[in-house]
Design a protein around this ligand. Structure first.
Ligand code: PEP
Length: 259
């Protein structure tokens, strides 16, 4: 990678209430402080459920923690009669830095398509929130050897409404669905193949400068024991971590993969 700051983001999914959230963030911050972690060298983001965000904000602000936090989703709508939705403006008010959009679980269980994912990314960016745009193929696609074309079609769809200035601020997470929560991690070469193709596609759609500024993360059963071998790859700029981010020590070890 060039001079992109590695990003480690922990997606808690539908786990931990606001008391547990506070506890985990405190423990994580302590672990990292104990090891004198340099947050400017590896950025650290937790992505709790919506209901935890206010508590995490209070803790982060009160203790002046360098941990950032994100939301697991964001509405494509600005405001109004959209029961159950949370707007980007509301998240921005809570100091949210990132919003995951198009996670495979949302695509699968909430029928989100690329157009909606793109609209959510746009809504986030309009409020200064960086979208983490998730893409990645299922097992059938991988077995057919179509992982690159499938994933690039998702990239094309999600970026369709974004101009170069907006695109340059995004983060992409390549998350092969067959590796999420399964314990089956992509090989570093598999991860590089698709992450590299994503960057090349961004260069085609926009420019090399835009492509070089976008951080491309890998996600799928990342743990402290496998993260370093994946991070070595030139187009992998970090990880979106699910299960392993629920334990402070384990997530801290992932953040500190260089040690
Ligand atoms: C995820 O939910 O984005 C994810 C990658 O999960 P896990 O690390 O548990 O595979």
């Amino acid at each position: 990678m060039t001079n992109r700051t590695p990003l480690m983001a922990g997606n808690w999914k539908m786990n931990l209430d606001h008391h547990e959230a506070t506890h985990l963030v405190q423990k994580l911050a302590w672990e990292l402080k104990d090891k004198e972690h340099d947050y400017s060298a590896v950025e650290v983001v937790v992505v709790p459920p919506f209901t935890d965000l206010r508590s995490v904000q209070t803790l982060v602000d009160g203790d002046k923690l360098e941990v950032r936090y994100g939301a697991q989703d964001v509405s494509a709508q600005e405001k109004g009669a959209y029961t159950g939705e949370i707007s980007a403006a509301m998240l921005a008010k809570l100091g949210v830095s990132y919003a995951v959009v198009g996670h495979s679980e949302r695509r699968q269980y909430h029928a989100e398509d690329d157009a909606l994912v793109g609209a959510k990314a746009k809504a986030a960016l309009a409020h200064g929130i960086v979208p983490i745009i998730c893409v990645g193929e299922g097992l059938d696609v991988r077995q057919a050897g179509d992982q690159v074309s499938y994933t690039l079609a998702q990239v094309d769809g999600a970026y369709a409404g974004l101009d170069a200035e907006a695109a340059a601020k995004t983060v992409v997470a390549y998350e092969p669905v067959w590796a999420i929560g399964t314990g089956e991690v992509a090989t570093p070469e598999d991860a590089q193949e698709v992450c590299g193709a994503i960057r090349a596609r961004l260069a085609e759609l926009y420019s090399q400068e835009v492509a070089d500024s976008v951080r491309v993360l890998y996600g799928g059963s990342v743990k402290s024991g496998n993260v370093a071998s994946i991070m070595v790859k030139e187009d992998v700029d970090g990880a979106l971590v699910g299960g392993a981010s629920l334990q402070a020590e384990e997530f801290a070890a992932i953040v500190r993969y260089q040690q």
